[in-house]
Design a protein around this ligand. Structure first.
Ligand code: ATP
Length: 920
C-alpha cells in the first residue's frame, strides 16, 4: 500500500477532504489507499507518525499566576490582609510580617494542594479518553481514538461519539445528532450515497463528523480527516481551560467563611472597643489585639484541607475502579441512600452460556461452561440432538448469521468481542459442530436492524447462497430477540416435519419456564423470501417462522452478593433494573438475596400506575424488569421525591437523562456508550456493582474527614481568639501576645490542619445509616464541641499561665509556657478528632495515621525553635523553659485529652442507646 495517493492534511487543498462526500464510497477507499478490511497495523503506525494524533482540543491547566490569584479570592484572607494593613499603619512591622507570612503560607498550601487536586483529576480524566471500534487487518478492535489515521475504518453504533470525520461506506438506519456542529438538535438520517453537488456541512448526509453523537443504527465509516483538520477541530482549536475546582461543599464553606468573617470582625472590634473604653488600654494595643483575635479566629486552613481531602478521595476511588469526573461527586457519594443497578454485567458477570434449547420436538440440554467451545447437545428425552437438520439446524444458523460478535482464541483462552449474548450463540454453534467458516451467509448480509434495548430484537437480511433452499439471489431473513417480541412476528413454527402453525401458548409457557430458572431467553426465527429488495422492511418481519428458544445463563458475581450484604447493613436500598424478562429478573434477584426479591414489577406494570401508586411501588419493590430508559427516569424522580439520594447505573444512549437526573449517574466503562459516560458523574472501569459500594464507603470516609477537619479547626481557632479576648475583657495581662497567637496559627495550620485529610475509614463506616439529605455542616454536636473544647483549652491555658506567674516567673516565661501548652493541646485534640468511634488511647489511635504522627512531631520541632532559637526569642519574646514546665505542659495535655475523650465516649454511648446502632 502506498501513501502517494493520500492527501495529507498539510498538503491537500481544503477541497481535497471536503469533496469526499461527492465521491462514491469505493472511490474514497481507493483515494485513501484503504480497503473494506481497514488498514494494516503497520500502515496505520506509519500514518500516525505522519499525520499526528487524532486530538482536537488540548486542555490547558490554568496558569500558575491564575491559580495563586485564586487563593486570594477568599474573604477570610481579605480580613487577614486588612489586619496586616492596620499593623503596618501603626508601624508594628513584626506583626505585619507575621500576618503576611500567615497569608502567604496559607496561599502556598492552597496553591500546592489545589495543584495536586487538579493534576489528580487530569490524570483521572485521561483514563476516560475516548475509544473507537476500528477495523484493522479485517479484525474489529477497540483502540484509543487518538491513534486513528486517515484510511482507518471505524464501526459506529448508537450512543457512540464519532471519533473523526468519516465518509460512511456502509450504513444501517444511521441517525446522528449533529447539534455540536450545526446547532440543529433533531437527529439527521445518514446514508452512503454520493452527493452530486457541493453542499454545506449540515447537508453532507454521507459524512459523520467528529464530535457528533450517533443516536440510532449502525455504520462503518472511513476516516477522512483527524484531529484539528476535522470540522470540529477547525472551529474549536482554541485551547480549553479546565474549570476551577468548586464543589457545593467548597461553595458552602466559602459562604460560611463570609458570614464568619463578619462575625469575627464585629467581635474583635467590640472587644478592642471595650478594652479601650473600660480598661484604659492604649488604642494601638487594642488595634493589634483586634487583629490578633481576627487572625486567630479565622479558620483559613479549611478550604485547602477540604480540597485535598476530596482530591485524595478521587485518587483512591480511581484505584478502586471508580473514575469520578467531578470532585463534587465524592461528596455526594457519601450520602447515597439508594443504588439502582442494572442486572447484566453489574450484578451478574455478563459471561453468557447457552444451557438449554427449546425446539418444536422438545428440550435440548447443552453442556460446557464459559466461551470454550467444548460441550455436547443432548436431547432431554434421550440421545444426542442432530444439529445437521430440522429446526435445531435452522436455529443454530440463525444464531450465527444474526450476530455481530466474534469468538477469539488467544493463548488457549477463549474470549468474545462484541455482545456476550451473541458470543454465546457462536459458542453454541461451535459446540454443535457447525463450522463457522463453512457457513457463508453471514458474509452476504445485505441489511440489518441492530439490537437496541428498546426494540429487544435484531434482524438481518441475507442473500441466499447454495446452502439455503432458495438458490440464486433469494433472500433470507433471520431474527432473534425477546420471546414476547419475536412471537408477535411469527405466524408459523418449524417442526420436525416442516412448517406448521405457531403454538403461541406453548412457546410462552416454555419461555417462562426457562426464565424462572434465572436464564435469559432468546427466541430465534427466520424465513426465506424470493429475490427482491436489498433492504429489510416491516413486511419481511411479519411472516417469520419460529425456530425455537435458547436459555442463556449469566452467573451472578460472587462479590455482588457480599456487596449487597454491605448495603443492607449500611442502610442503602438496592434496586435492580433490567431489560430482561420478569421471571429471569425475579430468579436472579432471589439468588442474589436482593431485598424483596420475590416482588417484581415489569415496565408494563409500572406504566399502569398513577404517580401516587408508582411512588408507593417504588418504595416497596426492589426488582424491575422489561424496563425502558424512561422508566429509569421516572424511578429516579420518584425516589428523589421521597427524599432519597440516588445512584443510578446505565450504559445506553437513552439512559443519559436518568444518569443526569440521578444524584450520582454511574456509567459502565466497558459496555457503556460514550453518551452514557459523558452524562455520568462516575465511570466504573470494571462495570462491577461491588466497585460502587466501595466508592460509597470511600465517599463516607471523605465525608467524615471533612467533618473531622471542621471539628478540629473551629475549636482550635476559637480557643486562640478567646485567649486574647478573655484577657482584655477580664482586664488581665495577655496570657499570649497577638504576635504569638499568629505564630501558633501559622505553625498549626500547615501541619496539624492537613493531617485529617489522610484519615482512613472509621470501623463500622458501612454499618450506619446514610447521612440525611441536606444535612448541615455545622451540626448541633459540632457547635457544642466547638464551645466545650475551646472553653476547656482557654481555662487550662489561663490556669497554666497563672501558675507560672504565681511561681514567680516573669511574663515572658509565663507566655512561652502558654504558647507551648496551646500547641501541645491542639496536637492532643488532633488525636481525639482523628476517630469518632475509637479511643485515642490505643496504638491505632496514636499512630494509625502516620501523617498525623509526623505533623505532631513537626510542630513540636518548630516549638523547640520558638523556645530556644535566639532569633525566634527576639521576634516573639519567648524564653527557654525548664524541665518542670515541660513536664507540667505534657501532663496537662494528656489530662486535656482524657477530658475530651471522656466526652466523646459519653456521646457515643448516648447515641448507641438512642439509635441502637452507630450514628452517621
Ligand atoms: P440490564 O443490563 O439493564 O440489566 P439487559 O442488558 O439484561 O438489561 P437488554 O440487553 O436490554 O437487557 O436485553 C433485553 C432482552 O433483549 C433480553 O432479555 C433478550 O431477550 C433480548 N436481547 C438481549 N441481547 C440481544 C441481542 N444481542 N439480540 C437480540 N436480542 C437480545
Amino acid at each position: 500500500m502506498t501513501m502517494a495517493a493520500i492527501d495529507s492534511p498539510a498538503d491537500a487543498p481544503e477541497a481535497g477532504s471536503e469533496d469526499y462526500y461527492r465521491r462514491e464510497a469505493d472511490d474514497c477507499l481507493q483515494r485513501l489507499a484503504s480497503s473494506r478490511d481497514g488498514l494494516s497495523a503497520a500502515e496505520a503506525a506509519t500514518r500516525l507518525a505522519r499525520f499526528g494524533a487524532n486530538e482536537v482540543a488540548v486542555t490547558r491547566p490554568p496558569s500558575a499566576l491564575a491559580r495563586i490569584g485564586r487563593q486570594f479570592n477568599n474573604v477570610l484572607l481579605f480580613v487577614l490582609l486588612g489586619s496586616a494593613a492596620i499593623t503596618a499603619l501603626l508601624g508594628h512591622w513584626l506583626d505585619t510580617s507575621v500576618i503576611v507570612a500567615v497569608v502567604l503560607i496559607n496561599a502556598l498550601v492552597g496553591y500546592i494542594q489545589e495543584g495536586r487536586a487538579e493534576r489528580a483529576l487530569l490524570a483521572i480524566r485521561a483514563l476516560l479518553s475516548p475509544v473507537a471500534r476500528v477495523l484493522r487487518d479485517g479484525q474489529a478492535q477497540e483502540l484509543p481514538a487518538r491513534v486513528l489515521v486517515p484510511g482507518d475504518l471505524v464501526l459506529l453504533g448508537s450512543g457512540d461519539r464519532v471519533p473523526a470525520d468519516l465518509r460512511l461506506i456502509d450504513c444501517h438506519g444511521l441517525e446522528a445528532d449533529e447539534s455540536v456542529l450545526t446547532g440543529e438538535s433533531v437527529p439527521v438520517a445518514k446514508s452512503v450515497a454520493a452527493l452530486p453537488d457541493a453542499v454545506g456541512v449540515a447537508d453532507r448526509g454521507n459524512l459523520a463528523h467528529a464530535g457528533t453523537m450517533i443516536t440510532r443504527g449502525t455504520a462503518t465509516g472511513l476516516v477522512i480527516t483527524t484531529g484539528r483538520n476535522t470540522e470540529l477541530g477547525r472551529i474549536s482549536s482554541e485551547l480549553q481551560e479546565i474549570e476551577p475546582i468548586r464543589t457545593p461543599l467548597l461553595r458552602m464553606l466559602n459562604r460560611f467563611g463570609q458570614r464568619m468573617s463578619l462575625l469575627i470582625v464585629a467581635f474583635a472590634s467590640a472587644v478592642a472597643l471595650f478594652g479601650g473604653l473600660f480598661r484604659g488600654y492604649p488604642t494601638s494595643d487594642m488595634l493589634i489585639a483586634a487583629v490578633g483575635i481576627a487572625v486567630a479566629a479565622i479558620p483559613e486552613g479549611l478550604p485547602p484541607v477540604v480540597t485535598i481531602t476530596l482530591a485524595l478521595g478521587v485518587q483512591l476511588m480511581a484505584r478502586q475502579g471508580a473514575i469520578v469526573r467531578r470532585l463534587a461527586a465524592v461528596e455526594t457519594l457519601g450520602g447515597v441512600s439508594v443504588i439502582c443497578a442494572d442486572k447484566t454485567g453489574t450484578l451478574t458477570r455478563n459471561e453468557m452460556t447457552v444451557r438449554a434449547i427449546e425446539v418444536a420436538g422438545g428440550r435440548i440440554e447443552v453442556s460446557g461452561t464459559g466461551y470454550r467451545p467444548e460441550g455436547t447437545l443432548q436431547a432431554a428425552a434421550g440421545g444426542a440432538a442432530d444439529p445437521r437438520g430440522g429446526p435445531l439446524h435452522a436455529l443454530l444458523r440463525a444464531g450465527l448469521n444474526c450476530n455481530d460478535a466474534q469468538l477469539l482464541r488467544v493463548d488457549d483462552e477463549w474470549t468474545v468481542t462484541g455482545d456476550p449474548t451473541e458470543g454465546a450463540l457462536l459458542v453454541l454453534a461451535a459446540k454443535a459442530g457447525l463450522d463457522l467458516a463453512a457457513e457463508p451467509d453471514h458474509q452476504t448480509r445485505l441489511d440489518v436492524i441492530p439490537f437496541e434495548p428498546e426494540r429487544r430484537f435484531m434482524a438481518t437480511l441475507n442473500a441466499a447462497t447454495a446452502t439455503t433452499a432458495t438458490a440464486g439471489s433469494g433472500r433470507v431473513v433471520y431474527a432473534k430477540g425477546a420471546p414476547e417480541t419475536l412471537l408477535q412476528m411469527c405466524r408459523q413454527q418449524l417442526g420436525e416435519a416442516g412448517v406448521e402453525p405457531l403454538d403461541h401458548d406453548d412457546w410462552t409457557a416454555r419461555a417462562s419456564q426457562l426464565a424462572r430458572s434465572g436464564q435469559r431467553v432468546l427466541a430465534l426465527a427466520g424465513c426465506e423470501l424470493p429475490p427482491g429488495s436489498n433492504e429489510l422492511n416491516e413486511q419481511m418481519l411479519g411472516e417469520l417462522q419460529l425456530f425455537g428458544l435458547v436459555g442463556v445463563t449469566d452467573p451472578p458475581r460472587e462479590e455482588a452478593r457480599r456487596s449487597l450484604e454491605q448495603c443492607r447493613s449500611a442502610g442503602i436500598r438496592v434496586k435492580m433494573i433490567t431489560g430482561d424478562h420478569l421471571d429471569t429478573a425475579r430468579a436472579v434477584g432471589r439468588e442474589l438475596g436482593l431485598g424483596a426479591g420475590d416482588r417484581a414489577l415489569s415496565g408494563a406494570d409500572l406504566d399502569a400506575l398513577d404517580d401516587a401508586a408508582f411512588a408507593a411501588a417504588v418504595a416497596e419493590v426492589d426488582v424491575f424488569a422489561r424496563t425502558s430508559p424512561e422508566h429509569k427516569l421516572r424511578l429516579v424522580r420518584a425516589l428523589q421525591a421521597g427524599g432519597s439520594i440516588v445512584a443510578m447505573t446505565g450504559d445506553g444512549l437513552n439512559d443519559a437523562p436518568a444518569l443526569k437526573r440521578a444524584d450520582i449517574g454511574i456509567a459502565m466503562g466497558r459496555k457503556g456508550t460514550a453518551a452514557a459516560r459523558e452524562a455520568a458523574e462516575m465511570v466504573l472501569t470494571d462495570d462491577n456493582f461491588a466497585t460502587i459500594v466501595e466508592a460509597v464507603e470511600t465517599g463516607r470516609t471523605i465525608d467524615d474527614n471533612v467533618k473531622k477537619s471542621v471539628a478540629f479547626l473551629l475549636p482550635t481557632s476559637l480557643a486562640e481568639a478567646l485567649m486574647i479576648a478573655a484577657a482584655i475583657l477580664l482586664g488581665y495581662q495577655l496570657p499570649i501576645t497577638p504576635i504569638q497567637v499568629l505564630w501558633v496559627n501559622m505553625v498549626t495550620a500547615v501541619t496539624l490542619g492537613l493531617a485529617l485529610a489522610f484519615e482512613r475509614a472509621e470501623p463500622g463506616v458501612m454499618q450506619r445509616s446514610p447521612r440525611r439529605a441536606g444535612e448541615a455542616l455545622l451540626s448541633g454536636v459540632l457547635l457544642w464541641r466547638t464551645c466545650y473544647v475551646s472553653a476547656t483549652i482557654l481555662a487550662a491555658i489561663l490556669l497554666l499561665h497563672l501558675l507560672a506567674r504565681g511561681n514567680g516567673s516573669d511574663i515572658a516565661y509565663a507566655r512561652t509556657t502558654a504558647v507551648n501548652a496551646l500547641v501541645w493541646f491542639e496536637a492532643m485534640y488532633l488525636l481525639a478528632t482523628r476517630q469518632n468511634t475509637r479511643s485515642a488511647f490505643s496504638g491505632q489511635g496514636l499512630l494509625g495515621n502516620p501523617i498525623a504522627a509526623a505533623s505532631i512531631a513537626g510542630v513540636l520541632g518548630l516549638q523547640l525553635l520558638f523556645t530556644y532559637a535566639p532569633p525566634f526569642q527576639l521576634l516573639f519574646g519567648s524564653t527557654p523553659l525548664n524541665a518542670h514546665s515541660w513536664l507540667l505542659i505534657g501532663a496537662s495535655g494528656v489530662v486535656f485529652l482524657l477530658v475530651v475523650e471522656g466526652e466523646k465516649w459519653l456521646h457515643q454511648r448516648f447515641l448507641r442507646r438512642r439509635h441502637g446502632r452507630p450514628p452517621a
